[in-house]
Structure formats: C-alpha cells, structure tokens
Ligand binder design. Structure first.
Ligand SMILES: Cc1cc2nc3c(=O)[nH]c(=O)nc-3n(C[C@H](O)[C@H](O)[C@H](O)COP(=O)(O)O)c2cc1C
Length: 373
C-alpha cells in the first residue's frame, strides 16, 4: 500500500470527479422544452450592444456561445419598445437590424448545441430621457422612483417623474411585446421570457406603490395577464415564459399582500401551457414554496441575495421539487462551463466587479473554461 498516496491532501486540480450525481445534471423533458441539464443561465444585462442602434455586437455572440452548455440560456434584458430601454448599450428587438444582429447570436449558440430564450425587458419608470431620445419615461402612474440613481451615458442621474400611460398606450405597449416576441422567433430564439421581476414595467403594474390607476389596470395582475396572453397568441404558449420576483423591493416596489397577488396570477396563467414560470426568491415571502404547488408546468427557480446562488442551494431546490431547473446568474457569468464544473466538482471562479456593465472583452469574454486533458 502506498501510504503517501493515502495521506496526500487532494488539491482542486487532482480531485476525482464527484461520485454523487447532481440533480442539476439530469435532463429535463417537459411538454414544451427538452433540456440536456437543469443548469440555466439567468438573464444578465451586460450593456455591450451598439448604443445608438440597439444592435447586438459580435462580442455578444461569442459570450453566449461560450455558455452554450447551459440547459437553457436566458438572454440579457432586451427592450421590446423604444421607451423600454433602461441603460446604455442595452439591446433591442424592434427592427430588422436588431433581428439580424440577434440571428448571429442565436445561430452561434445553436451551432454550439445550446438553446436560448430572449428576455423582453421594458423598464417603465426605471429609465431617463437621456436613454429615450429626450422622451419622458412611462409608467402605470406618474410616481417617480425616489431612491437611487439611473445610469446614463453621462453618468448617474436622479430619476424623473414618469408620464402615466394612457389606456391606448397600454394596449400599444402590449402589442409591442407581441411584435418583439415575433421578432425574437424570427431571429432564431427558442422562445421569450417576459421580465415581470425587479420593479420594471410589468412589476410596476403588479405593485401597490407604482400602480395607482383607477381604470381596468387598477386590477394589479391585469397588465401581466394581458401581456402573457398577447405574447402567447403571437408565438405560442410553449415558447412563452414569465419571470417574477414576488416581494422584491428594488426600485421602490411595495406589494402589500404578495401571497394573494401571486396566487391570483398563477391561477390565471397556470392553464395556458407556458414554457415555464421563472420565480426569483428574494423577499420575505417564500415565493418558491408557496407557488410551486400552484404551478403544474416547468418551474425555474433562482435565489437572489448578497452572495451568488450556489450549487447546494440549487440542488436542494431541485431535490425537494421546488424547482425543475435552476438559473445561475453570477456563477454562470464567471464560469462559462458551469455544467462541466458541476459534473467534475471543479473549483468555481467568482465574478469580478470590473466589466460587469459595458466596456469591451475584459470582464466579459475572458473568464476561461477549464482546460480538459
Ligand atoms: C450583471 C447582472 C445583470 C443582471 N441583469 C438582469 C436582467 O437583465 N434581467 C433580469 O431579470 N435579471 C437580471 N439580473 C439578475 C439575475 O438574473 C439573477 O436573478 C441574480 O443575479 C441572482 O442570481 P445569482 O445569485 O445566481 O447571481 C442581473 C444580475 C447581474 C449580476
């Protein structure tokens, strides 16, 4: 017996692959989607599109292709309407040039064996005239975000008071989402995820603090239900998904009774046969535990806290049935080959603060995959 070998402390480099199978590596076969594993890449804004046109750049195709081993990639937030843009370098899906740019991204991801949904992201009041060619941002009601600043090309600025959307504009905005969803499919995306999380336009309609309307949209779930129905009618329910973050307080959002509101929303959408519901657990309300029994389709889970969501948390959510698939944000950003690292129990890199939003390849394309061999 070689005692040296027995006593040697294993290093990360020579640690043997884990023998305990991870549920994250099991395939997922649902009615709408078939995924080779349950490690999704969460949507992350990286602000590298051409700012003047909203057209995706070649760098973006490379970034997503590096992460094509994900069971499912959810793209960064993309504006579906010219008034939906929330930052410099955020891409759009409203015209032919943007569609053409995205086609290069989806083609490269598919060529590498991946699947990619487009996240439709209308920010509503979380914008600024500097980002909207001088126009005032729109919102359910004329209530400004009071805390924090908005990042523009000229630096951080205070939020402005948004303009209340007229009833006709609400309808036009919903139609713009349906048109952007058609553009997404035309551009080769496998589907779209509507961003109703984190205090942006749909979450503003869901809230008590930003939605003071007295018309039909005073019913706080109405806008999101209309939006999902319009997108599902445009591209099919099996290509339509929704992301929510119940009880998340970002951007001054207050939801007085999240359980009641999200029960109603789940009941309204559950029978539609959507691709998936994506639930971000971040507030005091235990959204995943409470909504899982109310959602019979595919459920993607994410935890959002000060530390990046980790493997153990994700595996617990999958083993307990709280989620079918888990979406990693920061860890996927820093580990382009995250599923392989989970499979081999390899050390995980942590994201650097520089290069998160905007800039070039640094902090974007330079997170290496593990070299095999
Ligand atoms: C750089 C960055 C950009 C993000 N952009 C978006 C976005 O465009 N849309 C969205 O729904 N969430 C966005 N998020 C939130 C993530 O999708 C995710 O919910 C959050 O980071 C928590 O997951 P994690 O702990 O795995 O990072 C972003 C997060 C980061 C770190």
């Amino acid at each position: 017996m070689n005692t040296d070998a027995v006593l040697a402390v294993p290093t990360d480099a020579d640690r043997a692959p884990s023998t305990a199978p991870s549920p994250l590596l099991d395939p997922y076969h649902g009615p709408a989607l078939r995924l080779p594993n349950r490690v999704a890449m969460a949507p992350m804004t990286r602000s590298r599109a051409d700012d003047a046109t909203g057209v995706p750049t070649a760098m973006m195709a490379e970034y997503y292709t590096q992460r094509a081993a994900a069971g499912l990639i959810v793209s960064e937030g993309i504006w579906p309407h010219r008034l939906g843009k929330g930052g410099p370098g955020v891409p759009g899906l409203t015209d032919a040039a943007q569609v053409e740019g995205w086609r290069r991204v989806t083609g490269a991801v598919h060529g590498a064996g991946g699947r990619i949904f487009a996240q439709l992201w209308h920010v509503g009041r979380v914008s600024h005239p500097d980002l909207l060619d001088g126009e005032r941002p729109v919102a359910p009601s004329a209530v400004a975000v009071a805390h924090g600043v908005i990042h523009t090309a000229a630096g951080p600025k205070d939020y402005v008071r948004p303009r209340r959307m007229l009833p006709g504009e609400v309808v036009e905005t919903i139609e713009a989402h349906a048109a952007a969803a058609r553009n997404a499919v035309d551009a080769g995306f496998d589907g779209v995820e509507i961003n109703a999380a984190y205090g942006y336009l749909p979450a503003q309609f869901l809230s008590d603090s930003a939605n003071l309307r007295t018309d039909a949209y005073a019913d706080r779930i109405r806008f999101v239900v209309d939006l999902v129905e319009a997108v599902a009618a445009a591209i099919g329910p099996g290509r339509t998904a929704l992301r929510i973050s119940p009880d998340n307080r970002l951007h001054d959002i207050v939801e007085a009774d999240p359980a009641r509101r999200y029960h109603r929303l789940a009941a309204a959408l559950d029978r539609m046969g959507l691709a998936y519901l994506h639930v971000v657990q971040s507030g005091e309300y235990p959204a995943l535990e409470d909504l899982r029994p109310r959602w019979r389709g595919m459920l993607v889970g994410s935890y959002d806290g000060p530390e990046p969501g980790d493997r153990e948390q994700a595996e617990r959510a999958l083993r307990s049935g709280l989620a079918d698939v888990y979406a990693f944000g920061r860890l996927f950003l820093a580990n382009p080959d995250l599923p392989q690292r989970i499979a081999t129990d390899a050390k995980l890199a942590t994201p650097r603060a520089s290069g998160l939003y905007g800039g070039g390849a640094e902090g974007y394309l330079d997170y290496p995959a593990l070299t095999v061999g």
